[in-house]
Design a protein around this ligand. Structure first.
Ligand code: SAH
Length: 403
């Protein structure tokens, strides 16, 4: 096995069990390791620190399989145990949904591997040289351990090119998934297109926030005797819109710039038998739409802002912060006193503290007073591995407008 020797002092993060080694931390590699090949990581003073997958073309040079160099990580049993443990940890969710993330990369000890399950149809993303190298092994274990109907690969994310990997989309095993897979989450039905949808087809990570939206709508109805009027910005295939309708919203206006996403959202509403007359679908740019609605004097009981990732890296944080502030400011301007703003950011480069500051800035500029009555994050199938804070990317706030 090839040794990767670290520079002096660069073993510290590894000793804290952080799974990444950057190219800048490597002093030398004793041999020519293939993409994804297992290497032994050694400190400058010769101490073995563990085993990881080598990625020669990535700045993320090694992703750790184990912090114990004596474990046989190349044995199939090693992978099987990790995969089985990951699947078992998500079993309890089945009582609420058949759309779950089964494997969340680093958090599950399989760096770079994403596996989502839609009613027994698995969708994979191999985002590291290490996961890619062991693809066939992973696929065969998954078919068996998850009792999968089929496995469809959506390894078309931009992150693959950084690992020197070409995009790949298509069936890997079992039967070919239907054009639309129907899933049910907390009583709401969604059609998921795993071939062309965002991520693997659905924003599985927003489950808890969708349920919160459903509850807020239901509480509102119970308290006031009328259904709330809501605005869902960046609605995609209707996730939050349908959750609100399920909770008893009177009227939901949904905005997205993608006609295809809106068509899918409308079809999803029909799938649930929701009253078409109470749902408006607006194809527009949210930034302009919020301003226009304010000029028109529109008001809402609840506004949802769940935009795409505005900051793709640390270099874009400032520009992204301005964009987040803009939509939050203009979104809350449409809220009456007592109204609620559910606001999210899925930019990993913007942490919980910064997001809170941005939203606080918007509250101040709007001249309002607001309470954060709840905080949101990804569901339990996207657990945060405590030694790997990079795994936390999704955050959200439920703001109650006090005046
Ligand atoms: N809230 C969704 C996920 C949002 S994904 C859910 O829970 O499922 C982001 C969505 O924003 C995409 O559908 C994309 O088409 C849309 N989008 C991106 N930029 C936009 C803009 N400036 N105005 C309106 N929609 C936009």
């Amino acid at each position: 096995m090839i040794d990767v020797i670290l520079k002096k002092g660069k073993e510290k993060s590894l000793l804290r069990r952080h799974p990444w080694i950057y190219d800048t931390a490597v002093q030398k590699t004793l041999g020519c390791a293939q993409p994804g090949e297992t290497v032994r990581v050694v400190s400058a003073d010769g101490r073995p620190l563990g085993l990881g997958a080598y990625s020669p073309s990535s700045t993320l040079r090694v992703r750790m399989w184990s912090f114990d160099a004596s474990v046989d990580v190349d044995d199939s049993l090693f992978l099987r145990r990790r995969i089985e443990a990951a699947i078992e940890a998500r079993e309890a969710l089945l009582s609420r949904t058949n759309a779950r993330r089964l494997i969340f990369g680093e958090a599950d000890g399989i760096p770079g591997l994403i596996v989502d399950d839609y009613d027994g149809w698995l969708v994979t993303q191999f985002q590291s040289a290490g996961a890619e190298r062991r693809r066939d092994e992973i696929v065969s274990i998954l078919m068996d351990a998850a009792q999968a109907k089929g496995i469809f690969d959506r390894s078309d994310a931009a992150t693959r090119s950084r690992e020197g990997l070409k995009p790949h989309v298509g069936v890997l095993a079992g039967k070919e998934a239907p054009q639309l897979i129907e899933v049910v989450e907390d009583g709401v039905r969604y059609g998921v297109d795993v071939r062309v949808g965002h991520k693997t087809g659905f924003y599985i990570d927003q489950r808890e926030s969708r349920l919160a939206a459903q509850r807020i709508a239901a509480d509102f109805l119970e308290r006031t005797g009328r259904g709330l009027r809501a605005l869902n910005c960046f609605c995609y295939t209707g996730g939050f819109s349908l959750a609100l309708m399920k909770g008893g919203a009177q009227e939901v206006v949904s905005v997205d710039s993608s006609a295809e996403a809106l068509a899918r959202a409308q079809a999803n509403a029909a799938l649930n038998g929701f009253d078409d007359a109470r749902m408006q679908w607006v194809e527009a740019d949210v930034f302009g739409c919020l301003r226009k609605m304010r000029e028109e004097g529109q008001t809402f009981d609840l506004v949802i802002l769940d935009p795409p990732k505005f900051a793709s890296s640390h270099y874009h944080v400032e520009r992204a912060a301005r964009a987040y502030k803009d939509i939050n400011l203009n979104g809350m301007r449409l809220l009456r006193t007592g109204g609620r703003l559910l606001t999210f950011s899925c930019s990993g480069a913007i942490d919980v503290d910064l997001f809170q500051k941005i939203v606080a800035g918007a509250v101040f500029d709007a001249g309002r007073t607001a309470w954060a009555v709840e905080r949101f994050g990804a569901g339990s199938d996207h657990p945060l591995l405590m030694t790997y804070p990079e795994g936390e990317y999704l955050k959200g706030l439920d703001l109650l407008m006090r005046d």
